[in-house]
Every structure is written in structure tokens, then in C-alpha cells.
Design a protein around this ligand. Structure first.
Ligand code: FPP
Length: 263
């Protein structure tokens, strides 16, 4: 666990679950469109309801002492959606930022954005930047918004940075290993997600944190994102608590380690 997450009362990340609370949750918030469609409403109404679910989710994490929450708000590929949906989502992001940032700052939330920021209009980039500066001193909950984010793009960017260092003579190719790459990935200063949640019934990762999810526990639900509430989130936590995380070891090795750690 990094110092950034070492808040009092939190459980170290990288735990082996069984009874534990995840310290970092990553979520694909899927199903806004279908939620709206089921009500014969435009897709943007679903995204608006999705924004309200984001608020409930943040409140849930704050109540449970979860140290980090990473939300997939907009993928690198989402730019290709119909232009009115993209522009509506942009307006929604700006509105949510303007409305919520004071309260989030007051609650001790640190907001960060990961992804290809240069693709956003200047106004949004400026708001992202000022929000990050404004909340930089907070550590109760790290709220990371993946916007214009792609896991493959994240890995390619990290590889490009390492290649530049090799070209500049600051790094030897043989020094490139998983640790070196990890240190250049988005969210490198946070422990990787313990728990991944995807709503909306699809069983895939969809180019979300590909590198960071290597040992993350995956949990899927048919529930559409706008319908998410504390009860559903608690079911995900309960499922996580019942898992045995082995990180490549055997169950016997894990039990022996846990036994050695017991008081
Ligand atoms: C996926 O559902 C959702 C998105 C592409 C947008 C997510 C945005 C929000 C939850 C709104 C607000 C977010 C923040 C951070 C303020 P979909 O549109 O693919 O749904 P479908 O699969 O039912 O079509």
C-alpha cells in the first residue's frame, strides 16, 4: 500500500481477501443507454441518471473507508459515438464538475483524470486541471475518472516513455521490466484495483486498465449502471470478501502466510 492511501482505519491493499474490504475499486459503468431506452427516453437521460449513480457510489466508498475509486467515464473509442451523444456527455461532465467539486473537496476527495486529455476541448481540460489542483491535498478517497482512456493506449504511452529514456541514454533496454513499465502507467502511485465491477451484463474488460487489472478480482452484474445503489455495491464487496486471492501462489502457501501473520 502506498503512503497516499495509508489513511487511518483502512485495510492495506493487496490483501488476500476472505473478509477484507477492497481498498481500490475500478468500475465500468455500463447500461446507461439501455436504461434510457427501456423508458423510451433519449440516451442522454440515461447518462444523467448515471451521473446520479456516480454520486451514490462515491458516498458508498466514503462510508466504507474505501481509499480509491476509478470510474470508466469515457473510452478512447467513445469519441466515435453519435456527435450529439458525445457533446451531451461533455456538457454532463462539465456540469457535474462545476456542481460537485466544492462538496467533493470538502469531503476529502482527491480527483484525478486519466486518459488522453489533449483530445478534450480547452474548457474541459482547464476544468480538469483546476479540479486536480484544488483537491490535490486530499487523501480520504482518490476518485480517478478515466476519460478518453484506453488500456492499450496507456501501455503504449508507458512503452514510448521508456523508449525515449533508452534513446536519451538514461535507461538500458535490459532495465525494462514489469516494475519499470508499472511506474509509467496511469495511477502508478496507487495500489492496483482489488475489485473490478462491470454493470450492464457484458462480460468483458473493454480496454479498461488492462495492465493494472492483472490480479484484480472481477465481478459482473446484469444491473444497469443508473440502478446501482448501496445494496448492490455491498453485494460486490461481500463477493470480494469471500474470494481467496492467490497472486500465483497455491492455496496452501496463502494459508501458511496468513497463519504466520495471525497474532
Ligand atoms: C456506458 O453506458 C456509459 C458511458 C459511455 C458513459 C458513462 C457516463 C456516466 C456514468 C455519466 C457521468 C459520469 C461522470 C464521471 C460524471 P452505455 O451508454 O454504453 O450504455 P448501453 O450499453 O446501455 O448502451
Amino acid at each position: 500500500m502506498t503512503d497516499a492511501l495509508a489513511a487511518p482505519g483502512t485495510i492495506p491493499s493487496g490483501d488476500r481477501a476472505s473478509g477484507a474490504v477492497p481498498q481500490h475499486i475500478a468500475i465500468i459503468m455500463d447500461g446507461n443507454g439501455r436504461w434510457a431506452q427501456a423508458r423510451h427516453r433519449p440516451r442522454l437521460i440515461g447518462h444523467r441518471a448515471g451521473a446520479r449513480a456516480v454520486k451514490r457510489c462515491v458516498e458508498f466508498c466514503l462510508q466504507r473507508g474505501i481509499g480509491a475509486l476509478t470510474l470508466f467515464a469515457f473510452s478512447s473509442e467513445n469519441w466515435d459515438r453519435p456527435s450529439d451523444e458525445v457533446s451531451g456527455l461533455m456538457r454532463l461532465f462539465i456540469g457535474a464538475l462545476d456542481r460537485e467539486v466544492d462538496e467533493l473537496a470538502r469531503l476529502g476527495v482527491r480527483l484525478r483524470f486519466i486518459g488522453e486529455r489533449e483530445r478534450f476541448p480547452t474548457g474541459i481540460r482547464e476544468r480538469m486541471h483546476s479540479t486536480e489542483i484544488r483537491t490535490a491535498g486530499n487523501a480520504r478517497l482518490h476518485l480517478n475518472i478515466a476519460a478518453s482512456y484506453g488500456g492499450q493506449q496507456d501501455i503504449a504511452r508507458a512503452a514510448r516513455e521508456l523508449a525515449s529514456e533508452v534513446a536519451a541514454g538514461r535507461l538500458q533496454p535490459e532495465q525494462i521490466d514489469a516494475t519499470a513499465l508499472s511506474s509509467r502507467m496511469a495511477l502508478a502511485d496507487l495500489p492496483p484495483p482489488d475489485l473490478f465491477i462491470r454493470t450492464g451484463g457484458e462480460l468483458r474488460i473493454s480496454n479498461f486498465l488492462l495492465w493494472q487489472l492483472a490480479y484484480t478480482e472481477l465481478w459482473f452484474t446484469e444491473v444497469l449502471w443508473p440502478d446501482v445503489d448501496a445494496v448492490l455495491l455491498q453485494s460486490a464487496l461481500d463477493a470480494y470478501a469471500a474470494r481467496e486471492r492467490r497472486f500465483g501462489l497455491t492455496s496452501e502457501q496463502i494459508q501458511a502466510k496468513d497463519g504466520a501473520k495471525a497474532p
